[in-house]
Ligand binder design. Structure first.
Ligand code: GLA
Length: 388
């Protein structure tokens, strides 16, 4: 924090107004992938690393953004009464979008301010650096302008900023996990109703290990939207017989009895994933609660196979990292996490085997893919907040 404060003063200079400090975590999803926008369940947790923000009100109407992760872009500036998407503003469109959406919802934000961000989440790794910056912006707006808004409201507006301002059609999982996350707990969220329940992540003699493929995610936005469309088409065909509003409301039995209504085989596979993954997520939640970590791991493995074969969002780098984990001693379960097409895997690994896991898989992955994999032992932290 000391360094971030120093950097803030270097970039924006001294003033009588004391800057305030904020933090929003990254997230890792344990299971329930590509189910959020299908009205299903997800089971993510917030990480202990994320995005720091230091912010200070100004006397004029200027908003100034600076990121320690994009120093080349320098200070990006706009007017509080004129917030529109600008390609040239690059990363700053995320916080700009959040401010714009808050204002559209009638929150009084009428003065300028300056923010310095510093993120610890690798970009494009599928650990939600973008939702993290959105929630950091939300909590700082609430504090600087003393706004009457709760965390769920901020989660929804952050998602809206990404959907409408940035133009990425994401579901609500990332913003929810980052806003509502709790230390040492994962949160089961029903994305249809937004009902949620926390479960302690007690893994006994094992830990969560995240592995970054460092493989640049390609076409992720267009493929993501394509999957959404395929699922929507499958749903509309199932609705000819089933009285449901989303794939998340369909049981496995109902799906099997009605899947022939889906005309296209690819759409059928996508819908199958959404339906089965949703049920797997509910089972995984129960297994964790009852301490059956072995079962939890098996469900993670099944999730990966379904994402690979039916949803087709993995790719070589993720598949190899997961397969290497599966054949390594001490792995209880392993799967891709996040949107896919590169990014990270999440594994549950016995503590006594972690060192070997990292060494072995790192070496073999490098040989097969030609890239270095990075490993992090995940520590589950609290959601977005002001640091006092
Ligand atoms: C991205 C999106 C989320 C979710 C996941 C896939 O992270 O932002 O809303 O759809 O992909 O589970």
């Amino acid at each position: 924090m000391e360094n971030i404060r120093k950097k803030f003063m270097e970039v924006f200079g001294n003033s009588d107004v004391k800057p305030r400090e904020f933090f929003a975590p990254g997230r890792v999803n344990l299971i329930g992938e590509h189910t959020d926008y299908n009205g299903g369940n997800v089971f993510p947790c917030a990480l202990s690393f994320g995005t720091y923000a230091v912010a200070r009100l100004r006397d004029d109407k200027k908003v100034k953004f600076y990121s320690g992760n994009f120093e080349k872009n320098g200070i990006i500036q706009c007017d509080i009464d004129n917030l529109s998407y600008d390609e040239a503003d690059n990363w700053a469109n995320y916080p700009k979008g959040v401010i714009k959406i808050f204002k559209d919802h009638g929150f009084e934000i009428d003065r300028g301010f300056e923010i310095l961000f510093l993120g610890e989440i690798p970009n494009g790794a599928g650990l939600s650096s973008s939702a993290s910056i959105e929630l950091a912006t939300s909590v700082l707006l609430k504090s600087l302008f003393d706004l009457n808004v709760d965390m769920l409201g901020m989660v929804k507006m952050s998602q809206e900023a990404e959907n409408k301002f940035v133009g990425v059609n994401c579901g609500i999982m990332d913003q929810f996990a980052i806003g509502m996350g709790k230390k040492s707990k994962a949160v089961l969220l029903d994305c249809n109703t937004l009902n949620y329940e926390y479960a302690p992540v007690e893994l006994g003699d094992a830990s969560i290990v995240i592995a970054n493929t460092n493989s640049k995610r390609k076409l992720v936005d267009s493929k993501y939207n394509e999957r959404r469309t395929e699922c929507e088409r499958a749903l509309s065909q199932l609705q000819k017989r089933l009285d449901v509003k989303s794939l998340g409301e369909i049981s496995i039995e109902e799906f099997e009895a009605n899947k022939n209504l889906i005309e296209n085989e690819i759409d059928r596979k996508r819908a199958k994933h959404a339906v089965y993954e949703n049920q797997r997520t509910l089972m995984a939640f129960e297994s964790l609660k009852s301490g059956d970590i072995k079962r939890f791991g098996e469900l993670m493995n099944e999730s990966h196979i379904s994402l690979r074969d039916d949803y087709e969002v993995t790719g070589d780098a993720l598949d190899i990292l997961v397969e290497l984990a599966w054949e390594t001693e001490g792995t209880i379960g392993s799967r891709m996490t996040g949107a896919g097409f590169g990014g990270c895997t999440v594994s549950i690994v016995k503590n006594e085997n972690i060192e070997e896991f990292i060494k072995n898989i790192g070496e073999k992955y490098k040989k097969k893919i030609g890239l270095r994999a990075d490993f992090y032992i995940a520590d589950i932290g609290d959601g977005a907040r002001e640091l006092i």
